[in-house]
Design a protein. Structure first.
Length: 232
């Protein structure tokens, strides 16, 4: 059951069946929204408290702690921070799939932005005097982190490069990963965060393509240079 099927029924003149399918889809949509909100709230709230109290203890605000205690509290805080990051990514992916991403555009130095997030073993190949580009820096950073992660995660000691070209309208990003010590076996793997990253690119008015082979991964991203908008 899908929205396309409901539309096809309506266009074929089967209005009653189409209406019932749409009502069922709306119910499932509201149920998923409620479930997602509940899960996010029930997990985020205690994690926020855990991080807050561990921070207080680490700052010796309720008494001095020894080095072993500090090490344990730091680990707790880091784990809680990582879980909160996962839930933020989950929320972004969920909003992206529903078309509810909101972007705030500003003019960005793309080289400076990418230098702060690229993996150490990724070679950044950028032409001189590259123009600034109008993007949402927060969401674009998260999207490129997912692209880098996808390119690097399937290889053992992979070597990767990011090549950037541009013309008067578009900026072309090509991430190439190859030459590792063998393809890492991970079965049928579906990364839901790639849906979020793809949605970010598409809502910037761009295009995204991922091509895998036995010894190479190539990710291509096209972005408009002068897309000036406050939100999408």
């Amino acid at each position: 059951m899908s929205l396309d099927e409901a539309i096809q029924l309506i266009e074929a003149g089967n209005l009653e069946a189409g209406r019932e399918m749409l009502e069922d889809l709306q119910y499932k949509y509201r149920l998923m929204e409620t479930l997602t909100t509940m899960i996010t709230f029930e997990v985020r709230t205690p994690l926020t408290a855990i991080r807050g109290y561990s921070g207080i203890l680490l700052q010796d605000k309720v008494g001095e702690i020894n080095e072993k205690q500090k090490e344990c509290l730091t680990a707790i805080d880091n784990y809680a921070k990582n879980i909160m990051t996962v839930f933020e990514q989950f929320s972004n992916a969920h909003r992206a799939l529903l078309g509810h991403l909101f972007l705030n555009f500003e003019e960005v130095d793309i080289e400076e932005l990418l230098q702060t997030i690229k993996p150490d073993n990724l070679d950044l190949k950028i032409p001189k005097e590259i123009p600034k580009i109008w993007v949402d820096p927060h969401h674009l950073v998260q999207a490129f982190k997912e692209f880098f992660s996808e390119a690097m995660s399937v290889w053992d000691e992979a070597k990767a490069s990011l090549h950037i070209r541009y013309d008067s309208e578009l900026m072309n990003f090509k991430i190439i990963s190859e030459g590792g010590n063998g393809y890492l076996e991970r079965g049928e793997y579906l990364n839901p965060m790639l849906f979020y990253a793809q949605a970010v690119i598409e809502q910037h008015g761009g295009e995204y393509q991922l091509v895998r082979s036995e010894d190479r991964i190539e990710i291509t991203i096209l972005l408009p240079i002068n897309r000036k908008q406050e939100s999408v």
